[in-house]
Ligand binder design. Structure first.
Ligand SMILES: NC(=O)c1ccc[n+]([C@@H]2O[C@H](COP(=O)([O-])OP(=O)(O)OC[C@H]3O[C@@H](n4cnc5c(N)ncnc54)[C@H](OP(=O)(O)O)[C@@H]3O)[C@@H](O)[C@H]2O)c1
Length: 285
C-alpha cells in the first residue's frame, strides 16, 4: 500500500478504525478478529483505538484488548503495526460519552492502555477531546510527561481547532505528530485544520471518514457526485470518498471503521485509486 508519514515513521495510507467492533451494535469477537486480520493482511499498519471504545460500564479498554489479541494471533509481523490509542473520554455505560482532561487521569489512563495493549510504550497516544473544565495546555502537558517518561513514543490530539493545534505543538516543543478530526463528504468543516496540518507537516487522521457507522452505507445515495465517480471507476462510493480525502494533502491518513473483513478490504483499495483533476473538482464542490 501507498505509505504516508506519521512523525518519524511511515504507515499505510489507509488505517483501520476500531470503534465499530466495541461499541453498540458490535459483532462477536470472532468477526472482529477476522476484520483486524483482513486489514493487516491488506497492508494496514495503523490501527486506531481508544480506552473509551467499549459499550458497558466496567469494560474500559474492550477495543484495545481486542486489537492486542488480534495482533497476537496474526501470522504477520506485528512489530510493523502501530496501535494508536486515546485517553480523555469516558463511557459510563448509559450510551453517553463524558470527558476527563485532568493530567493525572490522562497519565494513569495511558499507563493502563499500555498494559492492555501489551507494550512497553504506546506507538501513538492521542488526547481524545478537549475538556472545558481543564486548561488545554494542562491536558497536553500530560502528553509531555508521558513522552519524557517513555510511556508513549508519539503524541497526538483529536477534535482540535487550529488554535489548539498550535497550542499543543508549542506545549509539546514541536513534537505533535498527529491531529484526528472528523472529515467526510458530509462533514467538511475541519478542512481548515487539515490545511494547517499540511503546512506544518503534521499527520491528519480523518475520523468517521465515511460519515460514521450509521451513515457509511448511504454515502452513495446521499452524495451523487461520489456515486457517479464510483460508477465510472467500477468501485464503491466509499472507496471514492477515501481516495478524495487522500488527495486533499499528503499528510492525510483516513481511519475508516469496520466490523466486517469485506469493508476494510474495499476501503484499503482507495490508496491505489487515481482520480482525475476533473473528478476531484466535482467531489470537492
Ligand atoms: N477521535 C474521535 O473523537 C473519533 C470519533 C469517532 C470515530 N473515531 C475513529 O474513527 C474511526 C472511523 O470512524 P467511524 O467508525 O465512526 O465511521 P466511518 O469510518 O465513517 O464508518 C464506519 C462504517 O463504515 C462501514 N464501511 C467501512 N468501509 C466500507 C466500505 N468500503 N464500503 C461500505 N461500508 C464501509 C463499516 O461497516 P461494517 O461495520 O459493516 O464493516 C463501518 O461500520 C472509528 O472507528 C474510530 O477509530 C474517532
Amino acid at each position: 500500500m501507498q505509505q504516508r508519514a506519521l512523525g518519524d515513521i511511515r504507515v499505510g495510507a489507509i488505517g483501520l478504525g476500531g470503534m465499530p467492533m466495541s461499541i453498540e451494535g458490535r459483532p462477536d469477537a470472532a468477526r472482529s478478529v477476522a476484520t483486524v486480520h483482513a486489514a493487516l493482511d491488506a497492508g494496514v499498519t495503523l490501527v486506531d483505538t481508544a480506552d473509551a471504545y467499549h459499550r458497558d460500564a466496567g469494560e474500559v479498554g474492550h477495543n484495545e484488548q481486542l486489537i492486542a489479541g488480534a495482533l497476537r494471533s496474526w501470522g504477520g509481523d506485528a512489530a510493523s503495526v502501530i496501535v494508536a490509542t486515546k485517553g480523555g473520554h469516558l463511557r459510563p455505560g448509559d450510551g453517553s460519552w463524558t470527558r476527563n482532561g485532568d493530567p493525572a487521569h490522562l497519565k494513569a489512563a495511558a499507563k493502563a492502555s499500555a498494559q492492555r495493549l501489551g507494550v512497553d510504550a504506546i506507538g501513538l497516544y492521542q488526547f481524545h477531546r478537549p475538556d472545558p473544565k481543564v486548561p488545554y495546555a494542562e491536558s497536553v502537558g500530560a502528553l509531555v510527561e508521558l513522552l519524557d517518561e517513555g510511556v508513549i513514543v508519539r503524541a497526538g490530539i483529536s477534535n482540535a481547532s487550529v488554535a489548539q493545534i498550535d497550542e499543543a505543538n508549542e506545549v509539546l516543543g514541536g513534537r505533535l505528530v498527529s491531529v484526528q478530526n472528523q472529515l467526510s463528504p458530509a462533514f467538511r468543516s475541519s478542512l481548515g485544520e487539515l490545511e494547517h496540518c499540511a503546512a506544518l507537516g503534521i499527520a491528519f487522521l480523518p475520523w468517521s471518514p465515511l460519515g460514521g457507522i450509521s451513515k457509511a452505507g448511504e454515502l452513495g445515495s446521499n452524495h451523487a457526485a461520489f456515486a457517479e465517480v464510483a460508477q465510472a471507476h467500477g468501485v464503491s462510493p466509499q472507496q471514492v470518498a477515501l481516495a478524495w480525502e487522500l488527495s486533499l494533502a499528503d499528510v492525510v491518513i483516513p481511519i475508516p471503521g469496520a466490523s466486517r473483513p469485506a469493508s476494510i478490504e474495499d476501503s484499503v483499495r482507495a490508496a491505489e485509486l487515481s482520480l482525475t483533476p476533473d473528478e476531484l473538482a466535482r467531489l470537492g464542490a
